[in-house]
Design a protein around this ligand. Structure first.
Ligand SMILES: [Ca+2]
Ligand SMILES: [Ca+2]
Ligand SMILES: [Cu+2]
Length: 170
């Protein structure tokens, strides 16, 4: 541990700088156009992720909306000139399902993007709200380590209760 110490400061500084730039650990999700379909046709992403559609043949579009009707969220060509299309998932879509289609083949060439809800500190059961259910989980794990130890000090105690209450869903 002591031998590592001299390395920690110089090593951590660039890491922390990177984390600041990308706090959500954004991922890139690749969807391929395969003949007259998108593959995979359904993906699950987080806000801040990048979705990249990649053309393999033909002339298509990537257009948000359903029933051949654009909803204006995104739209771009996927053809010989534009071989990929990129959409960065905005926070405004968190907790929703985004549907899209290819304009020329819109009756069958469709896909869905399930955007996970934003993580809320104190939402221990992941239902998007901080309420009595989460309080019960926290109290049930009192004086124990684990996910209820919200401030990561090694035990579940009053500090964690305070964090949970400060995030209480109105
Ligand atoms: Ca909850
Ligand atoms: Ca704690
Ligand atoms: Cu198409």
């Amino acid at each position: 541990m002591n031998r590592l110490a001299p390395c920690l400061a110089p090593c951590l500084a660039p890491c922390l700088a990177l984390f600041a730039a990308c706090p959500a650990f954004a991922a890139e999700i690749v969807i391929q156009q395969v003949n007259l379909s998108f593959s995979p046709s359904s993906v699950t992403v987080n806000a801040g992720d990048t979705v990249r559609w990649v053309r393999t043949s033909g002339s298509h579009t990537v257009t948000s909306g359903s029933s051949c009707t654009s909803n204006g969220l995104f739209s771009g060509p996927l053809n010989l000139t534009f071989t990929s299309f990129v959409w960065v998932v905005p926070e405004s879509t968190a907790g929703t399902t985004v549907r899209y289609f290819c304009s020329p083949h819109c009756s069958t060439m469709t896909g869905t993007i399930v955007v996970m809800p934003l993580a809320i500190p104190g939402d221990l059961n992941g239902d998007g709200m901080v309420n009595g259910a989460d309080l019960g989980i926290l109290l049930g794990a009192w004086a124990q380590p684990g996910p209820t130890d919200l401030n990561k000090d090694g035990t579940t105690n009053g500090a964690d209760l305070g964090i949970l209450l400060s995030r209480w869903t109105p």
